[in-house]
Design a binder for this molecule. Structure first.
Ligand code: AMP
Ligand code: MG
Length: 325
């Protein structure tokens, strides 16, 4: 898993040649391309099977480069970037001329962040430009948090994989729209709502869970192959055992309060009590339950505060109606 200087140089070379590089970030692995090369950006959509209207995040090497990518930087954006970059916070701003419409799904806004990972930062420094990188998985499926996840899912679609070990945060960045009067959270993620509100000194609106607000998003996302069912924590065991008795292969994300309880199911993962550890492990658990051949995963939502908000968001969407059966 160790990345050497020659790997970084090779990866930068692949990007310059219009190729795709999978790179570790602190959130999840990204599928990176030169943000200013429309053909390379087009390949990302092709490899992911992602609709071209679904905008990407541009990764840059430092907060000091933000002005190069956006039309203007409001004071709120400056404040958030200064406090949380490098880190799991993405800012949506008005698109600078340098950004091709292919990278924004045709929008006049652009999403930008500085990742907090030594390998990603080394690659950005060696490459010099911006790297547009969605999560390195097929559209709609579980995001990869190891280089092996990327290889297993995208295989030959990626020209070069930088293996930086498992991701530390484990869920995607928090996306904050700072183009309007009041900043709002478009997607909860690695920086908590509470942290953002503390810096801004005001409450920040969240996306409604009942309808789709972020352009290009679909009800089902972050989804394993197995169907996901959410129930109250105290009903997880009964629900799982009922489905297992009916002949399903049931996987369980067991709430920490029931850690030592026996469960008659196909596979059981006890969820860590710490939301930091849960976020870090979440996508790996879903992949593992798929690997063990589960056709149903029974889970419950954690308390929706701190990182629990992002975990609950991903579980809800994993349980959402599927695009295709
Ligand atoms: P991913 O592809 O998993 O990295 O997710 C990228 C996220 O950023 C998606 O939820 C996009 O909808 C969101 N995004 C990117 N650009 C914009 C934008 N200009 N406005 C709103 N959301 C955006
Ligand atoms: Mg994604």
């Amino acid at each position: 898993m160790s990345v050497v200087t020659s790997d970084i140089e090779k990866a930068a070379e692949v990007l310059r040649a219009g190729g795709l590089v999978a790179l570790p970030t602190e959130t999840v692995y990204g599928l990176g391309a030169d943000a200013e090369d429309p053909a390379a950006v087009g390949r990302i959509f092709q490899v992911k099977g992602r609709p071209p209207t679904h905008p990407l995040i541009i990764h840059i090497g430092g907060a000091d480069q933000l002005d190069e990518w956006v039309e203007e930087v409001p004071a709120t954006a400056r404040l958030l970037a200064g406090r949380f970059w490098p880190g799991p916070l993405t800012l949506v701003l008005r698109r600078g001329r340098r950004v091709p419409l292919e990278a924004t799904g045709g929008l006049e806004t652009v999403a930008v962040r500085v990742p907090d990972h030594p390998v990603a930062l080394a690659l950005l420094a060696a490459f010099g430009g911006g790297i547009t990188a969605p999560s390195a998985n097929r559209f709609g499926s579980v995001s990869p948090t190891t280089a092996d996840h990327v290889r297993a899912e995208l295989g030959e679609g990626v020209d070069f994989v930088l293996d930086g070990g498992p991701c530390g945060v484990g869920v995607e960045s928090t996306i904050v729209d700072v183009t309007g009067e009041a900043p709002s959270i478009l997607r909860p993620g690695g920086v908590t709502r509470e942290e953002i509100e503390a810096v801004l000194g005001r409450p920040v609106a969240l996306p409604s869970t009942s309808h789709v607000r972020v352009p290009g998003q679909h009800p089902s996302h972050y989804a394993p192959r197995a169907r996901v069912v959410l129930v109250e924590p105290e009903k997880v065991i009964a629900e799982a055992e009922h489905a297992q008795a009916l002949g399903q292969q049931v996987g369980v994300l067991l709430p920490p309060a029931f850690a030592d309880a026996p469960v008659k199911a196909h596979a059981v993962v006890t969820v860590p009590a710490s939301t930091t550890a849960y976020a870090r492990g979440l996508y790996g658990y879903l992949r593992e339950l798929d690997r063990q051949g589960c056709d149903l995963i029974v889970a419950s939502l954690p308390a929706e505060e701190g990182l629990g908000l992002a975990i609950a968001n991903r579980l809800r969407r994993a349980a959402g109606p599927r695009l295709s059966p």
